[in-house]
Each structure stands twice: as structure tokens, then as C-alpha cells.
Design a protein around this ligand. Structure first.
Ligand SMILES: Cc1cc(C(=O)NCC(F)(F)F)no1
Ligand SMILES: [Zn+2]
Length: 306
């Protein structure tokens, strides 16, 4: 009812004024958007580590916590992306409420999906103390972990090749949501990956450079570069290791990866299974023998996956 559709406002981390949906609650206003699915709720951990923490509240409809403003605003944007582009209601497709917690820990230089919700640190000296919720690509990356983990088709065990695939899918969908570059982290002063040029941030861009390591769950944030490069080539095209790919655009590339994630990948899928899944998804979406199927095949070949 009308008491629920209250418009809140506040400045984000970069000083930009944003408006978003809030609710009146116990004589205050809270960051609870009741207009999207089962709701979007934004909490603060007050720099502790217990989550979700406290629902962010204000005595007026103006909110003075920039990290919370961005987390709440970008969660709505990513909700709308999944609903409008992929016809998916929240991360699980069943409208389960989207929960975020900001100000997690002290000088915490990361963000994560804990299996139920998104969590953001405030950043640290390496990124000018920029809270991680200031990046649309970060929110999209984390929510997509929720999509992957809730998909009965994939889950994608978080280690080795299935884990790198899990990571790549989060970066790939994030690049479609935050679609004016191929970088991860540019809005939090902390560019950590480049899907167009993975080697710029010490990631491999071909199977011949796959990194076998025990670090980072078998290099899930390292070897994701190989799949990220394939996705970039599918979208924008190009020649890579003497293989030429005809681009089909970012939107179609994202449709293929999302459908592969939901319908054709399984918990222990490796990179070769990702190639098959994307070919099957492209075939279902665009037809056998389509340019899209050819592009998918060539993009994986270009990064050494056959
Ligand atoms: C190394 C390493 C990279 C990440 C990472 O990707 N975090 C998610 C992001 F959205 F903040 F980027 N975590 O550890
Ligand atoms: Zn991740």
C-alpha cells in the first residue's frame, strides 16, 4: 500500500544523489524496497562481522550512509536487470528477498555472497577507502553468485575449473549489467580484472597458460580469465592466437552464458563442459548452424578449449 512505496534519497559514495524505494517502519524510514519481488533490504554491520546486522534506518527519507545508498540502489538495478533481461525474479527465480550488508569488518577489501546474501567491506588503503558497494559491477558479480548457487543445474563447485567458471560467469554477467567497459572494479578505485585483456591483471587468456595452483581455491580468480576472454571475443569479436571470431554483441553473449548457467552446467562442469553448455544454449536460443553457434565455437577455440 502507499505507506510502503516511499521514495528515499541520498548521496552515493561518489557524491551523486540517488533516489530509491524505502519503507516506513516503527516511526522511522528503512532501506527496504517492497516493490521488487519479495523485497530488497539493506543492512549495516557497523564494522562488526555479524550479519545481516541492522536494517539501515533514518528519521527522514534522506539517508546519510553513502555505502548503504549505493548497495540499496545497485541491488535494485541488478534486480531489474535479471527481471527485464532474463525474466528471472530475484537471484533464485522465486522472488526471495535480496539482502545486502555494508560496513562489514574493518578495512575489508572485498565483497562476497555468503550463500544467502551480499556482503560489502569499506575498502582500505589500496583503493582510497572506497566501499565495495560503490561499484555496480561488484553488486552484479555478487548477486550472480546467488543465481549460480540457486540454479539446480549448476552450483559450480568453488574450486579448480568449475570454480573458475563460477567466477567467470559472475564477471561476465556483471560486464553486461555494467556495460560500458570490460573492467571489474573501476568504480571502487580497484580494477582487478579486464575481460578484454585478462593478462593485464595477471590472468591467463588461453588454456596453454592455465595456472595449476593450490592458492585461491585452485586459482578461481585467476583461471576465470580464460573463460572471460572467450566471452569478450563472443561479444566484440577479434583474432586471438590466430583464431578469428565474429562478434555477436554483449547482450546475446550474456543470454548464452545465463542460459548455459541455468540449464546446461552442473556442479563439477569443467571448461570443456562450459564450451558444450554454451553451444547448446546458443543452439536453443538462435538455432543450429546460426552465426551465434559458430561464434561460440570459435571463441572457445580461440582460448584453446575444443
Ligand atoms: C583475489 C580475489 C578477487 C576477489 C573478487 O573478485 N572479489 C569480488 C569483487 F566483486 F569484489 F571483485 N576476491 O578475491
Ligand atoms: Zn566472485
Amino acid at each position: 500500500n502507499s505507506a510502503h512505496h516511499v521514495t528515499g534519497t541520498g548521496r552515493g559514495v561518489h557524491g551523486d544523489t540517488k533516489t530509491f524505494e524505502v519503507s516506513s517502519y516503527q516511526g522511522q524510514y528503512v532501506l527496504w524496497d517492497q516493490t521488487r519481488g519479495g523485497g530488497i533490504q539493506t543492512y549495516t554491520a557497523n564494522n562488526g562481522s555479524s550479519i545481516p546486522g541492522y536494517l539501515v534506518a533514518s528519521r527522514t527519507t534522506t539517508f546519510n550512509d553513502p555505502a548503504a545508498v549505493d548497495a540499496h540502489y545497485y541491488a535494485a538495478k541488478v534486480y531489474d536487470y535479471y527481471k527485464n533481461v532474463h525474466n528471472r525474479n530475484s537471484y533464485d527465480g522465486r522472488g526471495t528477498s535480496l539482502v545486502s550488508t555494508v560496513h562489514y569488518g574493518r578495512n575489508y577489501m572485498n565483497a562476497f555472497w555468503n550463500g544467502r546474501q551480499m556482503v560489502y567491506g569499506d575498502g582500505g588503503s589500496q583503493n582510497g577507502y572506497t566501499p565495495f558497494s560503490a561499484g555496480l559491477d561488484v553488486i552484479a558479480h555478487e548477486m550472480t553468485h546467488g543465481v549460480t548457487s540457486s540454479s539446480d543445474a549448476s552450483q559450480l563447485i568453488y574450486r579448480n575449473q568449475s570454480g573458475a567458471l563460477n567466477e567467470a560467469i559472475s564477471d561476465i554477467i556483471a560486464s553486461d549489467v555494467d556495460s560500458n567497459d570490460w573492467l571489474m572494479g573501476e568504480d571502487i578505485n580497484y580494477v582487478i580484472r579486464d575481460l578484454a585483456n585478462p593478462t593485464r591483471y595477471n590472468q591467463p587468456d588461453h588454456m596453454s597458460k592455465y595456472v595449476n595452483t593450490t592458492q585461491d581455491n585452485g586459482g578461481v580468480h585467476i583461471n576465470s580469465g580464460i573463460i572471460n576472454k572467450a566471452a569478450y571475443l563472443m561479444a566484440d569479436g577479434g583474432s586471438h592466437y590466430n583464431v578469428t571470431v565474429q562478434g555477436i554483441g554483449r547482450a546475446k553473449m550474456a543470454k548464452i552464458f545465463h542460459k548455459a548457467n541455468l540449464d546446461y552446467l552442473y556442479s563439477n562442469s569443467d571448461f570443456s563442459a562450459a564450451r558444450s553448455a554454451c553451444i547448446q544454449a546458443a543452439t536453443a536460443l538462435y538455432g543450429a548452424g546460426s552465426q551465434e553457434v559458430q561464434t561460440v565455437t570459435n571463441a572457445f577455440a580461440a582460448v584453446g578449449i575444443h
